[in-house]
Design a protein around this ligand. Structure first.
Ligand SMILES: [Zn+2]
Length: 445
């Protein structure tokens, strides 16, 4: 869509909607079968690979089977031969822009499996218009909405000018994008723009999101001098030997925590982005481990480690964020006689980059307009696009230079939780929005 691209004709949208209605029952049955297929990520903590491997591939095959009936051809990319990414593609007639939809088929491990409605996490039980099961929200329903939209376009006899692809990828829940999304793109699949159909329930269902924050997993190691607890007095009191008698790494690590609390306070003022509420960029210590090293007698800890999850804004460079944190801790360390000579050691363990697509991008505008057409316009003065309040594979698509937005069914608040569910009406509404944007973006021959 550019500024001159007309919206779909009333006849075209009516035709698409009637095909979506006609195909919806079958699509929801496909969703049930996907949810009934255990596709827990084999690398998820606590999971034995051999118990679950193959589930992701099976989900891709279910989708491919379905789309094959609508003229989509299937290819796979599998850096791990037991974990295939499934690409369903339909060539365009030519002269249009290409588009791909990305969704992951892996899930987290189930939480409190005995407590789920329907007797377990893979029941696919439908109750009161909701479909329950692990992966229903996150994010098999998004893939089904994309499949329903693409099949409705075919059933309506609309031939797209640009190529349309659906990527059912593995490994998202453990950031294994080299096995999933990135591998698919590096194998040559992709397009001129992408939509990731993760659940975008905030602040309202099927929100159009064009940006997410980045995060780091940071571990900070602090060294002490572990000695007998009897040395505590001489190590800290005036007239004692000071550091020569022992240094408690736990207390030195607390100094680091305090320094970063101060920096986090500053970030509340200094770091902002129009798409995010104030104060969201933060650093939370989630792990604190101190080790005396000498069981039974030792009490002044020899070592301590603090683990942080750091959220930073899309308008800053990750290397600047890393440098800012290290510099702040370094300055704080200069105030302490031990840390000055035994500086904390930073281990930057993982980095999930941001994505930040301009809200004026034609793909984003198309999604906003098509959401309004399906669900009604948002009240005047309300933001039309939002931030994605988690991380997802859109970041790794953006890293390849592809404009990307996220919009999908489901509620992020029940993802990774007991009794995950999706409202069935959201799946079909999402399909209506996607079908409109697919047709608008790719053009009709
Ligand atoms: Zn997800």
């Amino acid at each position: 869509m550019d500024d001159t691209t007309p919206a779909l004709s009333t006849e075209q949208t009516a035709l698409l909607d009637s095909r979506i209605d006609a195909l919806a029952v079958e699509a929801i049955e496909l969703l049930r079968r996907l949810v009934k297929t255990n596709s827990v990520n084999p690398l998820f903590p606590g999971i034995q690979r051999e118990d679950v491997v193959g589930g992701e591939t099976a989900c891709g095959a279910l989708l491919a089977d379905h789309m094959g009936r609508f003229g989509f051809v299937t290819e796979t990319v599998a850096p791990d031969p037991q974990r295939a990414n499934t690409i369903m593609r339909k060539a365009g007639a030519g002269g249009g822009r290409s588009l791909f939809i990305n969704g992951h088929v892996d899930t987290v491990a189930p939480f409190r499996p005995a407590e789920w409605i329907g007797g377990g996490p893979w029941s696919g039980t439908i109750r009161d218009g909701n479909l329950y099961g692990l992966g229903s929200t996150d994010m098999k329903s998004g893939l089904v909405a994309a499949a329903l939209a693409a099949s409705a376009i075919e059933a309506a006899g609309l031939r797209l000018k640009g190529e349309l692809q659906i990527h059912a990828v593995v490994g998202e829940e453990t950031m294994s994008h080299e096995l999933g999304t990135t591998a698919v793109l590096e194998a040559g699949f992709g397009g001129d723009a992408a939509i990731v159909v993760e659940p975008t329930s905030q602040p309202r269902p099927l929100s159009v999101t064009a940006v997410s924050a980045g995060n780091f997993n940071l571990q900070i190691d602090v060294k002490g001098y572990g000695t007998h607890s009897g040395n505590r007095g001489p190590s800290i009191r005036a007239g004692g030997e000071g550091n020569a008698a022992g240094v408690n790494a736990v207390e030195k690590a607390i100094l680091v925590v305090q320094a970063l609390q101060q920096l986090e306070q500053e970030w509340g003022i200094s770091k902002s982005h129009p798409a995010f509420p104030a104060g969201i960029f933060s650093m939370a210590p989630g792990v604190f481990h101190g080790d005396a090293g000498v069981p039974s007698v030792g009490y002044l800890a020899e070592a301590a480690t603090i683990g942080y999850l750091v959220w930073y804004p899309p308008n800053e460079k990750p290397e600047d964020i890393r440098a800012e944190i290290e510099r702040h801790v370094h300055h704080a360390a200069q105030l302490d006689s031990w840390l000055r000579h035994n500086p904390p050691v930073f281990r930057w363990e993982s980095h999930w980059p941001v994505f930040d697509t301009p809200v004026g991008h034609p793909l984003v505008r198309s999604l906003v307009a098509d959401r309004a057409a399906v669900l009604g316009p948002l009240p005047a003065g309300v933001a039309q696009t939002h931030s994605f309040n988690a991380v997802c594979d859109a970041s790794f698509i953006a890293a390849k230079g592809v404009p990307v937005a996220t919009m999908g069914p489901g509620d992020l608040r029940c993802a990774h939780a007991v009794n995950e569910f999706v409202r069935i009406s959201e799946v079909t509404d999402c399909a209506r929005i996607l079908a409109r944007t697919m047709v608008r973006w790719c053009g009709v021959a």
